[in-house]
Write a protein that binds this ligand. Structure first.
Ligand code: GTP
Length: 399
């Protein structure tokens, strides 16, 4: 393939990356990686545009090689920054910016302006460094943990690193011993071809990142309650069954707490539905903050929540239930809700016995919750204590 065709292909690839990633910047809230990825497309576009003009035989100014090299280095820089933002990894951006800027400024030196090979050698050194750093961002994950998108981007970076290093060595050898080493004539064309392959794999990687993000978004929407972000009721059976199976293998107990806010209808009626929504969100957030990372919280609907506590026996479960009841009772102290808003919750709870089944456990917790409501609300009741409790007791409540 001749250089003109390669430059035209790179131009189109750069344009596609810019448009595809730019569209994401406009339509996604988590736009940071996409901003960098679209900038990398813009840099490729600029670089290929300059090469296209040169290939067409137009006389170019001395500053244009500097601009072309700046665009190539910036393209790799943007890929690195985009990967760091996507992987949410810290990066000293100023360090890499300064490096690229320094090399761009070096192009103003007469020795650099005269020596094409020296310019390329210095730029390739920076690009190799940026590629190694970018690969380092994917390194902490094991191969089996890498998503398809990460694998494609990793392949693009590895390929680029290999071809850049080979050409860097050749340019280096030629600079050191110009009389003994003559470069293969196809090297420049090969470089452009490799850049096209790199940009193509990169584009495929960006598309894979996009598909992965959409998949995660859909998964989140299917599993989570839209208001509180907790798991929705469809997740009850699969998630809790998995916990019960694991716990019975390890001979650990699992506690289920069924929590229902008291007289929530009155809160809606007196203070409005939107404050009702705020109360539900605040309750969900507070409960999450007071539970362990591996506890599972569900919103079953309305003002009813279920908390699944793995590796938890009756004593700890009772403590947690009491803690959550008090937390909700005192929640208004941290909020700007009207002073008259009284919030409390009733909790029915139970523990697994090794062979328990999800639905029967929920049924037990529900019976205990029903009794807590009957006994006056703002109460915590254990299913195993139901026989010893009165069936009805007017207006009994705890502090
Ligand atoms: N703000 C808001 N209210 C909701 C939502 N989902 C259900 N509700 C309301 O929650 C209220 C539940 O009322 P009830 O089932 O009578 O329960 P309650 O008033 O808490 O009474 P007890 O449970 O017996 O203490 C209803 O008024 C529903 O309209 C929601 O997403 N947001």
């Amino acid at each position: 393939m001749d250089l003109l065709t390669l430059s035209a292909i790179n131009f189109l690839l750069g344009l596609t990356i810019l448009l595809c990633c730019g569209y994401q910047v406009k339509h996604q809230s988590s736009g940071s990686p996409w901003l960098w990825f679209s900038l990398s497309g813009a840099c490729l576009l600029l670089n290929a545009g300059i090469a296209l003009i040169a290939d067409l035989g137009v006389q170019i100014s001395l500053l244009l090689p500097m601009l072309a090299n700046a665009a190539t280095m910036s393209m790799h820089l943007c890929v690195l920054f985009g990967l760091a933002a996507w992987q949410q990894r810290p990066l000293r951006r100023w360090l890499y910016w300064s490096l690229v800027l320094t090399v761009v400024m070096l192009h103003l030196l007469p020795v650099m302006q005269q020596q094409f090979r020296l310019r390329v050698f210095v730029c390739f050194s920076v690009i190799i460094l940026l590629n190694i750093r970018a690969l380092g961002l994917l390194k902490p994950l094991k191969l089996s943990q890498l998503s398809v998108a990460s694998r494609i981007l990793g392949t693009a970076l590895l390929f680029n690193l290999a071809q850049m290093t080979t050409r860097w060595l050749m340019y280096g050898a030629e600079l050191m011993a110009p009389e003994r080493f003559t470069q293969p004539p196809l090297l420049h064309q090969l470089g452009f071809f490799c850049m096209t392959v790199f940009a193509s794999i990169l584009l495929a990687g960006f598309v894979a990142v996009l598909v992965q993000q959409q998949h995660q978004l859909l998964l989140h929407q299917a599993q989570r309650d839209a208001l509180t972000g907790l798991y929705n009721r469809h997740q009850l059976a699969p998630k809790i069954t998995a916990v019960l199976n694991q716990s019975s293998r390890q001979k650990h107990q699992v506690a289920l707490l069924l929590l229902d806010l008291d007289h929530f209808k009155q809160i809606n009626d007196r203070f409005g539905h939107s404050l009702g929504d705020k109360v539900l969100t605040a309750v969900a957030t507070a409960m999450q903050q007071h539970c362990r990372d591996y506890d599972l919280l569900f919103r079953l609907g309305g003002e009813e929540f279920l908390i699944c506590l793995p590796d938890t026996g009756p004593q700890q479960a009772l403590q947690k239930a009491e803690q959550l009841r008090l937390l909700i009772r005192q929640l208004h102290q941290q909020q700007d809700w009207p002073a008259e808003l009284q919030l409390s919750a009733s909790i029915g709870w139970t523990c697994s016995n090794g062979q328990s089944e999800v639905m029967s456990l929920i049924e037990q917790a529900d019976q205990a919750l029903y009794r807590a409501k009957q006994l006056g609300r703002n109460l915590v009741i254990y299913h195993s204590d139901l026989q010893d409790l009165p069936t009805h007791q007017a207006a009994q409540s705890s502090a």
